[in-house]
Design a protein around this ligand. Structure first.
Ligand SMILES: Nc1ccn([C@@H]2O[C@H](COP(=O)(O)OP(=O)(O)OP(=O)(O)O)[C@@H](O)[C@H]2O)c(=O)n1
Ligand SMILES: C[C@](O)(CO)[C@H](O)COP(=O)(O)O
Length: 393
C-alpha cells in the first residue's frame, strides 16, 4: 500500500437522542476530560503516517461547534455535511473521498473516543489483506430474548460478537456497496460491515478493545469524563529563560526588582533587569506565549526605562488566564559585582509581590564567572530562570 493511502471517515452528524438529544449540546461535542468527545476521537487518527485524508461528517447545524472543537486540527481534516441516518452520513463521507480515492477507508463513530492507534493499525491491515475488517468483542453476558417484560428464551452466545468501529474496507468495495444499498436494500443498516455482508463480501473479525466504548447514553458520557479526570496526568510544565545586559559606567543596577548602588549600570531599553527578563521568558515559555520581545518590543518607546516588574506581572496574568498555577521560580544571576547575597531577601520579597508566591517557592541564587569571559571582565551581567507551572482545573 502507498504511504498515506488510508482515508478516514468520522461520522458525527447524529443528534444523540439516547443521550438526551441537544440539551447540553450534541453528545459528540460535550466535554470529557476537558476536551470535546470528538477531539479525543480525531486525535487518535493523527499519528499514523499511513493516514491521508480525514473526512469528518457533521450535521448542517454544527459547523461552528465542529470548527471550535477541532480548531487545533483544521489543517488535517475536511468537513462534509451528513444526512438523516448513520448509513446516509457514511455515504456522504464516501462520496467526499471519491475525488482522490484512498486504497482503504476506515469508518469510525465520533462517539468512540477511546479508539487507539494500535486498533486503527490492526483494522487497516485487515482491510488491506481481506477487503473488509471488523473489530469485535465476544459477548460476555448471558443473552436473553424478551417480550412484554418477560423472558422468551436464552440465546446461545457462542459465536456472537459485539461490533465496534473503526471498520475498514477497500474503498471501491464499500463505496459501491453503499451506493447499491441506498437504492436496493429494504432496511437501514446500523453499521458498514452489515452492508459489506449484504453484498456477499467476507468480513474478517479483528479483536476489538473493551476500552473502545460507544458513548450512547448521558451516563456513559459522565463515566468517560470521570475516568479521564481520574487517570489524567498532572499537567506540569517547565519554562526557562536567559538574558544578558551590558554594564557601562553609572551609579546603580536593578536586579530582580531591587535597586543596588554600584559604580556601573546595566544598559537597556527598560531598566535592564536581567533577572526579571529571564523570569518573564521562563513564565511565558510554560504556555507557549512567545518571549518578552513579543509582548514588549524594544522598538516601542513606551517601554523606555520601564520597571521590569510590569513584564513579570503581565506574564503572570497570561499564565493565570490560561489556567496556570505557578509552583516555583528559580533565578540564577551570573555577576562578578555587585554581590547579590546582601540583597537576596529583598529580591525574593519583590518577586513574591509580582507573582503571589510564598518565599519558599522563590529561589534567587548568584554565581561569579570566576573572572573569565564578559561577566568575569565586568562587561555585563547574565541571568538564567526556570519556572514550573501546573495547568488545568
Ligand atoms: N444521521 C446520523 C446519525 C448518526 N451519526 C453518527 O453515527 C455515530 C453512531 O452513534 P450513535 O450513538 O447512534 O449516534 P446518534 O445517532 O447521534 O445517537 P442516537 O441514536 O441516540 O440519536 C455517531 O458518531 C453519530 O454522530 C451520523 O453521522 N449521522
Ligand atoms: C456502528 C456501531 O457503532 C457498531 O457497533 C453501531 O452499529 C452504531 O449503533 P447505533 O445503532 O447507531 O447506535
Amino acid at each position: 500500500m502507498r504511504k498515506a493511502d488510508i482515508g478516514v471517515i468520522i461520522v458525527a452528524a447524529g443528534r444523540g437522542e439516547r443521550a438526551g438529544g441537544l440539551v447540553g449540546g450534541p453528545k459528540q461535542y460535550r466535554p470529557i476530560g476537558g476536551r470535546p468527545v470528538i477531539a479525543h476521537t480525531v486525535a487518535a487518527f493523527l499519528p499514523s503516517e499511513r493516514i491521508g485524508r480525514i473526512v469528518v461528517v457533521i450535521h448542517a447545524d454544527d459547523g461552528a461547534l465542529a470548527a471550535d472543537a477541532l480548531a487545533d486540527h483544521l489543517d488535517r481534516i475536511e468537513f462534509v455535511v451528513g444526512a438523516a441516518t448513520r448509513q446516509a452520513s457514511v455515504r456522504c463521507g464516501l462520496e467526499a473521498l471519491a475525488s482522490d480515492p484512498p486504497g482503504v477507508v476506515l469508518i469510525h463513530d465520533a462517539v468512540r473516543p477511546f479508539v487507539t492507534p494500535d486498533l486503527i493499525e490492526a483494522v487497516a491491515l485487515g482491510a488491506e489483506t481481506d477487503g473488509a475488517a471488523l473489530p469485535v468483542l465476544p459477548l460476555a453476558d448471558t443473552i436473553k430474548r424478551g417480550v412484554n417484560g418477560l423472558v422468551e428464551g436464552t440465546v446461545d452466545r457462542a459465536g456472537l460478537f459485539a461490533a465496534q468501529t473503526p471498520q475498514g474496507f477497500r474503498y471501491d468495495l464499500i463505496r459501491d456497496a453503499h451506493a447499491r444499498a441506498s437504492v436496493e436494500a429494504d432496511a437501514t443498516f446500523t453499521d458498514d460491515a452489515s452492508i459489506a455482508e449484504w453484498i456477499g463480501q467476507p468480513v474478517s473479525l479483528i479483536p476489538g478493545s473493551s476500552d473502545n466504548v460507544k458513548l450512547t447514553l448521558a451516563s456513559e458520557i459522565a463515566a468517560a469524563d470521570r475516568h479521564l479526570k481520574e487517570t489524567a496526568l498532572i499537567d506540569v510544565r517547565t519554562g526557562n529563560g536567559y538574558d544578558v545586559h551590558q554594564l557601562v559606567p553609572g551609579d546603580h543596577v536593578t536586579l530582580c526588582g531591587v535597586r543596588i548602588p554600584h559604580d556601573q549600570t546595566l544598559l537597556g531599553h527598560s531598566d535592564a533587569d536581567v533577572g526579571l527578563h529571564a523570569l518573564t521568558d521562563a513564565l511565558l515559555a510554560t504556555c507557549g506565549a512567545g518571549d518578552i520581545g513579543t509582548h514588549f518590543p524594544p522598538s516601542d518607546p513606551q517601554w523606555r526605562g520601564a520597571s521590569s516588574d510590569r513584564f513579570v506581572r503581565h506574564a503572570v496574568s497570561l499564565v493565570t488566564a490560561k489556567g496556570g498555577r505557578i509552583c516555583n521560580v528559580d533565578i540564577t544571576l551570573i555577576s562578578e559585582a555587585p554581590k547579590v547575597a546582601p540583597h537576596r531577601e529583598a529580591m525574593v520579597r519583590a518577586i513574591g509581590d509580582m507573582t503571589g508566591l510564598s518565599p519558599d517557592r522563590i529561589s534567587v541564587k548568584a554565581t561569579t564567572n570566576e573572572t573569565i569571559g564578559f561577566v568575569g571582565r565586568r562587561e555585563g551581567i547574565a541571568a538564567i530562570a526556570t519556572a514550573s507551572v501546573v495547568y488545568g482545573d
